[in-house]
Design a protein around this ligand. Structure first.
Ligand code: 5GP
Ligand code: 5GP
Ligand code: 5GP
Length: 208
């Protein structure tokens, strides 16, 4: 039985720090449209259940159609750049995100509304500005995860999820920030459940 009811609980709005995607053993490739800004980029807007599990690939018939979002492409190139290799223009990343995650909230957000909602959330939650405002700067030593989390809570009102990964030298670093959003795709909420953080108490914030 294919689940068509959009019965998820909330969205994770996930932003990735490009410096931490690129300085790993796997490395990265810049988009064909050029090196992205040294700023957080969108990874995705992911429907999730309140128990931490999540639906995926909910509607194989609702394939990604770029002609529905031509007005958003310039903003997506800037705010949702792909860093995977080989270099691409972003279409492959966006189509993966729509088909894996977006189709699981299609009754609430159609394709255009889905990408627009993510872009609006990026404007609403300017992580780099929030962190810099709290004295947390890329390439400037290491920071406690508590201080990073606190800065984002003070600015948004809600405690984020913080995910870390490991650079080429084995040092743990800030990789992704998860912000919880109501099933309408607009309002921030307290997270019903947090992702596994993989962080140590103190983490690096590498430049990009
Ligand atoms: P990873 O194995 O890197 O943690 O996750 C791989 C992919 O699984 C992510 O890019 C994302 O598509 C999906 N994923 C991982 N964790 C979560 C989660 O907590 N919620 C949702 N909705 N998707 C997730
Ligand atoms: P983990 O070991 O982090 O729990 O998950 C490993 C992989 O399993 C992740 O890359 C993620 O994509 C997938 N995964 C974990 N939990 C779920 C889930 O509830 N639903 C789906 N579709 N995939 C999951
Ligand atoms: P997920 O399933 O984890 O949401 O999405 C990860 C998929 O998107 C992988 O197949 C990965 O290769 C691809 N991808 C393309 N560009 C990026 C990027 O900039 N960051 C991440 N995390 N994955 C990307």
């Amino acid at each position: 039985i294919v689940s068509t009811a959009q019965d998820f609980g909330f969205f994770y709005f996930v932003q990735q720090w490009p410096g931490s995607y690129c300085n790993t053993a796997k490395s990265c490739c810049y988009p064909t449209t050029g090196k992205p800004a040294a700023d957080f980029g969108i990874h995705g807007l992911w429907p999730n259940y309140n128990d931490g599990s999540y639906p995926s690939n909910c509607d194989p018939d609702n394939f990604y159609d770029e002609s529905k979002i031509t007005d958003l492409i310039a903003a997506m190139q800037a705010e949702w750049p792909t860093l995977a290799c080989p270099s691409g223009d972003g279409s492959k990343f966006w189509s993966h995100e729509w088909e894996k995650h977006g189709t699981c909230s299609e009754s609430i957000l159609d394709e255009h509304s889905y990408f627009e909602a993510a872009l609006d959330l990026k404007k609403q939650v300017d992580l780099l500005q929030i962190l810099k405002g709290a004295g947390i700067n890329p390439d400037d030593g290491s920071y406690s995860v508590r201080s990073i989390s606190r800065a984002i809570k003070d600015a948004t009102g809600f405690t984020p999820g913080i995910e870390c990964n490991v650079d080429e030298s084995g040092d743990t670093q800030l990789y992704q920030v998860y912000i919880c959003v109501d099933a309408n795709g607009k309002d921030l909420i307290e997270c019903p459940v947090y992702p596994r953080s993989k962080c140590s108490s103190s983490v690096e914030f590498p430049s990009f």
